[in-house]
Design a protein around this ligand. Structure first.
Ligand SMILES: [Zn+2]
Length: 76
Protein backbone atom coordinates (compact mmCIF):
# COMPACT_ATOMS: atom_id res chain seq x y z
CA UNK A 1 0.00 0.00 0.00
CA UNK A 2 1.59 3.24 -1.08
CA UNK A 3 2.15 5.98 1.42
CA UNK A 4 3.16 9.21 -0.21
CA UNK A 5 4.43 12.44 1.19
CA UNK A 6 2.57 15.55 0.23
CA UNK A 7 3.17 19.25 0.54
CA UNK A 8 0.23 21.56 1.14
CA UNK A 9 0.48 24.78 -0.83
CA UNK A 10 -2.14 26.45 1.32
CA UNK A 11 -0.55 26.12 4.76
CA UNK A 12 2.92 25.02 3.67
CA UNK A 13 2.75 21.79 5.66
CA UNK A 14 4.25 18.44 4.68
CA UNK A 15 2.29 15.31 5.53
CA UNK A 16 2.08 11.64 4.68
CA UNK A 17 -1.05 10.11 3.22
CA UNK A 18 -2.17 6.62 2.31
CA UNK A 19 -3.42 6.74 -1.26
CA UNK A 20 -5.82 4.37 -2.98
CA UNK A 21 -5.85 4.71 -6.73
CA UNK A 22 -6.65 8.24 -7.78
CA UNK A 23 -8.31 9.34 -4.58
CA UNK A 24 -8.00 13.07 -3.99
CA UNK A 25 -5.73 14.07 -1.15
CA UNK A 26 -6.66 16.70 1.37
CA UNK A 27 -4.38 18.39 3.86
CA UNK A 28 -5.02 17.20 7.44
CA UNK A 29 -4.16 20.66 8.70
CA UNK A 30 -6.41 22.89 6.63
CA UNK A 31 -8.35 20.36 4.52
CA UNK A 32 -7.01 22.08 1.44
CA UNK A 33 -6.64 20.10 -1.77
CA UNK A 34 -3.90 22.25 -3.25
CA UNK A 35 -1.30 19.62 -2.49
CA UNK A 36 1.78 18.41 -4.31
CA UNK A 37 3.06 14.85 -4.11
CA UNK A 38 6.65 14.58 -3.01
CA UNK A 39 8.64 11.76 -4.54
CA UNK A 40 12.25 10.73 -4.94
CA UNK A 41 12.39 12.33 -8.36
CA UNK A 42 11.54 15.59 -6.66
CA UNK A 43 14.31 15.22 -4.11
CA UNK A 44 12.24 13.48 -1.45
CA UNK A 45 12.08 9.82 -0.49
CA UNK A 46 9.11 8.33 1.29
CA UNK A 47 9.94 6.58 4.51
CA UNK A 48 9.64 2.82 4.53
CA UNK A 49 9.62 2.45 0.76
CA UNK A 50 12.14 0.23 -0.96
CA UNK A 51 14.44 1.92 -3.41
CA UNK A 52 13.07 -0.15 -6.28
CA UNK A 53 9.46 0.71 -5.53
CA UNK A 54 10.20 4.39 -5.12
CA UNK A 55 12.17 4.55 -8.35
CA UNK A 56 9.45 2.74 -10.31
CA UNK A 57 6.73 5.01 -8.98
CA UNK A 58 8.75 8.07 -9.86
CA UNK A 59 9.36 6.84 -13.39
CA UNK A 60 5.73 5.92 -13.96
CA UNK A 61 4.21 9.17 -12.84
CA UNK A 62 6.77 11.79 -12.06
CA UNK A 63 5.00 14.37 -9.98
CA UNK A 64 1.55 13.53 -11.34
CA UNK A 65 0.28 14.74 -7.97
CA UNK A 66 0.86 18.29 -9.08
CA UNK A 67 -2.51 19.84 -9.76
CA UNK A 68 -1.20 23.28 -10.60
CA UNK A 69 1.19 24.68 -13.15
CA UNK A 70 3.83 25.27 -10.54
CA UNK A 71 4.96 23.03 -7.73
CA UNK A 72 7.12 24.42 -4.98
CA UNK A 73 8.01 20.89 -3.94
CA UNK A 74 9.69 19.79 -7.14
CA UNK A 75 9.79 22.78 -9.45
CA UNK A 76 7.45 21.06 -11.89
ZN1 LIG B 1 -2.78 22.68 4.48
Amino acid sequence: MPIYEYHCKTCDKDFECLVFGGDPVACPECSGTEVCRLMSACGFVSKGEGGQTTRKAAADSSCSGCSATSCSGCGH
